[in-house]
Design a protein. Structure first.
Length: 478
């Protein structure tokens, strides 16, 4: 036999479409199930079933009742087979399922979804085998396409630690947590913020949001550095900053001195010529050795790739006896969505935030997602953000246990200029008074009360401290 036999695609298994018919009938009888089951038209293998599902979801989206008559009327009197009109076919499958109750609805949905995922896997495998055998494409391109196809399948799956218990069991867990000697959650690095949210909540998603330049990356990197140095191992997915930028921020944060700060842009642009500054940076570099902060730097990661890498790192750290405690994604707007909801940004973002919340629950870690606010905040006189300023905010508000909205007055004052001398003088005085102020508005706190937390920030040095840093005394680096 030849080493390379002629490629034969895998034979498609026969499908009697019983599960697909059960799903369609279940949704015709109870239209609320259409959105709950989360299926797409492409999940159905039967060509006419795909058309029926498109009509059902279309009627639902238009606010119309997707009844048998409404769906049948859409197709008219065309024949889908000899002497079989759409109206007759739909009535037949409704009667068949009502009489025989062939398959419970939930089981039918899972059967359709599983069959769709398996078809996608077979198609990806067949295409990869065909390209590898006969194609002239590079290995990199073939592998990338295969990964993308598999990512689409993984993105449609929801995995997590299943935990079932009664009321007494839930109370037992709460009492065990109360009596535990272990820190309940990774510290935020700010005493005042820890008092409000109790540290980044384990098994839950937290969102830190702000306008570009408001300090999201500064807050995130400073907080996770403090958490890692406090003994909480961290994985930081940097989808925006490259390693040199992130490293410069970490160095200037540790080396921070209020009187003589070192700015991270000076490190990046090689402008550190002062011996004192270089000595402080060398000491900061030494203090970073052994800090359990793992950095994954790559733009355009999918939620499936983030999940896979997180699982792998968590497994390795468990074997080493230093369990992963905190995952950070900077930022969720740069996470590449799967093709499942292509073009529907709201559903794409819902897939991403649900994926991050699922990672938190599955791995029993805290997850922080950075998020940009939309431009509506710029149109208001009061620039303090609200949850409605979150881009495609519905999914974020639903999936996140904690939402922290950032407001830095100096960000706006630095951009303003006034022609009138009095107004310009007032602006400069206000800028000087608020240069190191940042508000962390905990607008959602599933484990406590919402509250506004004031903090100190030196944005150029990436230094975040509690609000009383420097008040009434000479500030010190930490």
């Amino acid at each position: 036999m030849n080493a390379i036999a002629k490629f034969q695609p895998a034979e498609e298994p026969k499908n009697d479409f019983m599960a697909e018919r059960a799903v369609i009938v279940g949704c015709l009888i109870q239209p609320d199930r259409i959105g709950e089951c989360g299926l797409l038209a492409d999940d159905f293998e039967g060509p006419f079933h795909r058309r029926i599902w498109s009509v059902l979801t279309g009627l639902r989206d238009e606010g119309r009742h997707p009844s048998v008559e409404a769906v049948s009327a859409f197709f008219g009197e065309e024949e889908i087979a000899p002497n079989l009109t759409p109206r007759k076919y739909i009535r037949n499958i409704v009667a068949e399922n009502l009489v025989h109750l062939q398959l419970p609805f939930g089981d039918a949905v899972e059967t359709v979804r599983d069959a769709s995922q398996r078809r996608s896997m077979r198609a990806a495998a067949d295409e990869l085998a065909l390209a590898a055998t006969y194609g002239s494409r590079s290995i990199r391109d073939m592998a990338s396409d295969a990964i993308a196809r598999i990512d689409d399948v993984l993105a449609s799956l929801k995995e997590g630690r299943r935990r079932a218990y009664d009321a007494s069991g839930a109370a037992d867990l709460a009492m065990q947590n109360l009596d535990s000697d272990e820190p309940p959650a990774p510290t935020t690095g700010l005493i005042d913020l820890d008092r409000v949210i109790g540290g980044w909540p384990v098994g839950q998603l937290s969102i830190v949001a702000g306008r570009p330049g408001a300090g999201k990356s500064a807050v995130a990197t400073s907080c996770v550095l403090k958490a890692a140095r406090a003994g909480f191992p961290v994985c930081f997915f940097s989808l925006e900053m490259i390693g040199e930028q992130l490293g410069a921020r970490l160095l200037t944060d540790i080396a921070y001195s209020y009187d003589r700060p070192i700015f991270y842009e000076d490190i990046i642009n090689r402008r550190v010529a002062d011996d004192w500054q270089r000595e402080r940076l060398d000491r900061a570099h030494e203090r970073l050795r052994g800090v359990p902060l793992h950095i994954e730097e790559q733009r355009g990661l999918t939620i499936a790739e983030i999940t896979a890498r997180s699982r792998k790192l968590a497994a390795r750290m468990d074997r080493e006896g230093t369990p992963l405690k905190l995952i950070v994604v900077d930022h969720i707007g740069l996470v590449r969505a799967s093709a499942r909801y292509a073009g529907n940004r709201v559903r794409e973002l819902a897939e991403i935030t649900d994926g991050l919340a699922s990672i938190a629950k599955e791995l029993n870690v805290a997850v922080i997602g950075l998020c940009q606010l939309n431009r509506d905040v710029e149109k208001r006189d009061n620039k303090r953000p609200t949850e409605s300023d979150l881009r495609e905010s519905g999914a974020i508000e639903e999936d996140a246990s904690v939402i922290v909205l950032l407001y830095r007055p100096a960000y706006y004052l630095e951009k303003e200029r006034f022609d009138q001398p009095e107004a310009e003088m007032a602006r400069r005085e206000q800028l000087e008074a608020t240069r190191h102020c940042i508000e962390l508005n905990v607008s959602k706190n599933r484990n406590g009360h919402p509250k506004n937390v004031d903090a100190f920030i030196d944005i150029g040095a990436n230094a975040l401290r509690d609000a009383d840093f420097g008040n009434g005394r000479k500030p010190r680096g930490y």
